[in-house]
Design a protein around this ligand. Sequence first.
Ligand SMILES: NC(=O)C1=CN([C@@H]2O[C@H](COP(=O)(O)OP(=O)(O)OC[C@H]3O[C@@H](n4cnc5c(N)ncnc54)[C@H](O)[C@@H]3O)[C@@H](O)[C@H]2O)C=CC1
Ligand SMILES: O=C(O)C(=O)COP(=O)(O)O
Length: 474
Amino acid sequence: MAFPARHTNNYQSELTLQQVSQRTLSTSPTSFHSPPSSYGASALTGGAISLANAKHLKPFATEDIKVLLLENVNQTGRDILSNQGYQVEFLKSSLPEDQLIEKIRDVHVIGIRSKTKLTARVLKEARNLIVVGCFCIGTNQVDLQYAADHGIAVFNSPFSNSRSVAELVIAEIIALARQLCDRSNELHNGTWNKVSSKCWEIRGKTLGIIGYGHIGSQLSVLAEAMGMSVIFYDVVNLMAMGTSRQVPTLQALLEESDFVTCHVPELPETKRMIGQQQLEQMKKGSYLINASRGSVVDIPALIHAMRSGKIAGAALDVYPNEPAGNGDYFNDSLNPWASDLRSLKNLILTPHIGGSTEEAQSAIGIEVGQNLVRYVNEGITLGAVNLPEVNLRSLTMDEPDHARVIFIHRNVPGVLRKVNEILGDHNVDKQMTDSRGDVAYLMADVSSVDTSMIKDLYERLESLSSRIMTRILY
Ligand SMILES: NC(=O)C1=CN([C@@H]2O[C@H](COP(=O)(O)OP(=O)(O)OC[C@H]3O[C@@H](n4cnc5c(N)ncnc54)[C@H](O)[C@@H]3O)[C@@H](O)[C@H]2O)C=CC1
Ligand SMILES: O=C(O)C(=O)COP(=O)(O)O
């Protein structure tokens, strides 16, 4: 159980420390809860330690843990969280900011995908939040620094949908080269238009990959298997897969490629990295694909390059503004150039479906769901994208009077001395601490503690000026 889940300065202004402690104590069973039989030990321990008699730590009464899942998170993830006894609210779409703020006030855990923007303004209202699960790859939608500074861990699924994106891009390369979508649309409208002019095989053509990470490198292998030559540009020196080749500059890639595809994260440096100048550097009659983030390509510049014939076709899966849910939304009020895009030939427009396959969504649900449970119940931050990664081996059932102390604090000199003075009255079995930038994460297992000692430990840790968040699991 956690003692208590979280209270920040905001929270403190509503409930005094004592009220928080009393409330948590009164609702907190001090005894060990057996995990539901449907739930495997490896999920709880993250597989790090598979002791047959591992003691599964729990936050305060698990039914008090409130989870909000937005954007149609997969059933696998929903089941993992529900099976813990948490209260899970599930919504199919994202929420407008005002509704999000209302909902986020109460929850300890929020699960989102790429649409929900967890800005500082939203997170400021999330006074009970301890963890965010991004059930996707990208984490650009979350203010990661604000979250870290307030002790909110953020997890994602770094590669569960990479293959799905790579396969979509392969499909798009062939579809663009053969003007497949135009032919299909024409025939849907009753027009037979059998042409070969400017339709190509992809064999022997050069694919230029911008960003050679999980998706880019996977795509490289698939493209070579179909006879393409692959070059890539990345800010990091990377091992080339197969016979692909890293080029030194973006310009070199653009000048040499028949197909250019973007697989970089959204960063200040990647914002409009494909603009008018870069489109001019591309070969005449080449193709552009963007399934990374909508901010990476300057769309008005692309429209111009396609109208002029410089770019023979393009595929876009992502846009600067995307609607919160499904419906009739792709119009000029969402993005001012939407109708211009819709009028272009050989332009494939897809609604951010790169990672939308059964396989990817199911795997992401499991991975992020397990990470969330492991963090809530055991405080383990392995895989967190904004906090130091800290793990401790599980407590065992032979250690009934143990508690796990988690102290997230500002990384300033002298904190460990003070923490150890507080823990020093107890037997500290094991302790691990690490820092990431300004934030440090300490986890310690202490033995021979009863509830009143835990309350005392909690209050003394909370009184340290460096404290960001204290949780005690037992
Ligand atoms: N359309 C969709 O449904 C999906 C879109 N994505 C997007 O794709 C992006 C890439 O995904 P992964 O390959 O998994 O990421 P990754 O982190 O494995 O790889 C990104 C690569 O980009 C490189 N990079 C960063 N800044 C760069 C720059 N300025 N110039 C050149 N290279 C740069 C990095 O060094 C890294 O090698 C994600 O961040 C996400 O935004 C991811 C999954 C699904
Ligand atoms: O994984 C990502 O970063 C994606 O862009 C996919 O996002 P989604 O889960 O489809 O909202």
